[in-house]
Design a protein around this ligand. Structure first.
Ligand SMILES: Cc1cc2nc3c(=O)[nH]c(=O)nc-3n(C[C@H](O)[C@H](O)[C@H](O)COP(=O)(O)OP(=O)(O)OC[C@H]3O[C@@H](n4cnc5c(N)ncnc54)[C@H](O)[C@@H]3O)c2cc1C
Length: 457
């Protein structure tokens, strides 16, 4: 135990919420220590192994698909895309580090943090070990891929989590994805565009079970039209190694089946990173899924400790971590008026080809909640811009409260839906009725002008 440093704030984890909090507190003159366990993770999951590298690959995969060519050409394009992704993430990592490091009020400490007592955190970095003390502490340690206890998933050179696959240099000819959630589906689209033969394995019978059934059906149809096999109602029993490949043993409606793969992606969800933190020593409690329990101001069960982002075990998006920061900032530096109850509608996008985006309730959820609803629907093929982009696949659906005319939710499976959905979110939060979106002027030809027709219900 060599040194004990005292800080106004100790932040554990260099994620979106943590780094933004560090910058804000540093600018306000507070003495801040930010602890990060990996120098390859400055800036957090999003820029290093999450949103940014995957979206860089989505972009390159789209170019590769449009260019065509044989598997060898595509494997070359994949290698180039991986190099481009690596240089982009390295640039962003450095930018993130420099931004905090250049502030004299902020000290970035390399090492793994764990609590010794409510105000004291131990930092371990190789052989080095010391303690820091914080008047306030902010936990922003994110989440990690969950690997289920299926035989042959651990220590198997053919098996990857999303993070591992993002550093595989060679394009797999055959990719099997265990898990039909958003990360699995997004990877299926990327690798199919690069030319891999992709199979998604899902143990449940319903594809995208949380989504509107009609839209989920359209997404499945579109993936299948691109050659992606979607197997529902199958249980992965084991992943073996044999003949320079992986062999996936499945049990489905037709009994036992074997699938051969060059790579197997395990995409079966992510769990909060709380295990290393020794939270008991700080009096911070977690829920059954390991997520840190907080109140609406994101205060944990220890009142001087806050939690932000994936570590809370809720929605896993970068913009949620950022909005968590806004809540904590309001509590620590403001009047506390912005809290979880004030959060507006939360949209999300899955970057497929075309992308799928959603905000708010589905028709089924709205009916269950007791609303009388009108449902607006439009085939993407009816949108001139979709035709210009040569991507007429897809469907747009919006759910409207018949009584007030307010939008309750929207499911958009079409080109540029990741932009359109933000306009609907704004309309929902600002309580703008659907008729305004229906009757306004939009530039042409754009995807947003589709709202003229979608809302003409
Ligand atoms: C493949 C993939 C694609 C994604 N795509 C999108 C997308 O398109 N859009 C979107 O919004 N979200 C996306 N996400 C989710 C998004 O990346 C996460 O929700 C977000 O990055 C979580 O941020 P955070 O602030 O909670 O923590 P993180 O960014 O995860 O940061 C936590 C940091 O804490 C560090 N840490 C952990 N434990 C300790 C410890 N004990 N001591 C010190 N440091 C520690 C970790 O190394 C890490 O750097 C994606 C995720 C993945 C995996």
């Amino acid at each position: 135990m060599e040194k004990m440093n005292q800080y106004d704030a100790v932040i554990i984890g260099f994620g979106k919420g943590g780094k933004t909090m560090a910058g804000t507190l540093g600018a306000a003159g507070r003495k801040v220590a930010l602890i990060e366990r990996s120098s390859m993770m400055y800036g957090g999951t999003c820029i290093n192994v999450g949103c940014i590298p995957t979206k860089s690959l989505v972009y390159r995969a789209g170019l590769t698909m449009a260019r065509g060519g044989d598997f060898k050409d595509k494997a070359d394009a994949y290698r180039e895309a991986m190099a481009q992704k690596d240089s982009l993430t390295a640039k962003l990592r450095k930018k993130n580090y420099d931004k905090l490091d250049s502030n004299p009020n902020i000290t970035v400490l390399d090492g793994t943090a764990s609590f010794v007592s409510p105000h004291v955190v131990e930092v371990v970095n190789g052989g080095e070990r010391y303690e820091v003390e914080g008047k306030m502490i902010f936990i922003n340690t994110g989440s990690s891929a969950f690997v289920p206890p299926i035989e042959g998933l651990k220590d198997n050179p053919y098996v990857y989590t999303s993070e591992g696959l993002l550093s595989r240099r060679e394009l797999p000819e055959k990719l099997v994805i265990i898990g039909g959630g958003y990360i699995g589906v997004e990877f299926s689209s990327i690798y199919a565009s690069f030319g891999s033969e992709v199979t998604i394995l899902q143990d449940g019978d319903i594809f995208l079970p949380r989504e509107d059934a009609e839209i989920a059906g359209e997404v499945k149809k579109s993936l299948e039209a691109r050659g992606i096999r979607v197997l529902t109602g199958v249980r992965t029993k084991a992943v073996r190694q044999g003949g320079g490949k992986a062999i996936v043993d499945l049990e489905g409606r037709d009994g036992l089946v074997e699938l051969e793969a060059d790579a197997v992606l395990v995409a079966t969800g992510r769990r909060p990173n709380t295990e290393d933190l020794n939270l008991k020593a700080a009096g911070v409690e977690v829920n059954a899924r390991g997520g840190i329990i907080t109140d609406d101001s994101l205060r944990t069960t220890a009142p001087h400790i806050y939690a932000m982002g994936d570590v809370r075990g809720g929605l896993q998006f970068t913009y949620i971590s950022l909005d968590d920061f806004r809540i904590v900032k309001s509590s620590v530096l403001g009047d506390g008026s912005y809290d979880l109850k004030k959060r507006g509608a939360v949209p999300y996008s899955v970057f497929l080809d075309p992308p799928f985006s959603r905000v708010g309730m589905s028709e089924k959820e709205a009916l269950e909640a007791g609303y009388k609803v009108k449902v607006a629907k439009l085939a993407a093929a009816a949108i001139p811009k979709a035709q210009v982009l040569e991507q007429p696949a897809g469907l747009l659906k919006a759910v409207i409260d018949e009584e007030t005319g307010l939008i309750l939710g929207a499911h958009l499976f079409c080109e540029e839906s990741y932009e359109l959905i933000n306009m609907i979110k704004l309309a929902m939060d600002a309580k703008v009725p659907y008729t305004v979106l229906r009757d306004t002027i939009y530039t042409h030809p754009t995807m947003s002008e589709a709202f003229n027709d979608l809302f003409a219900v």
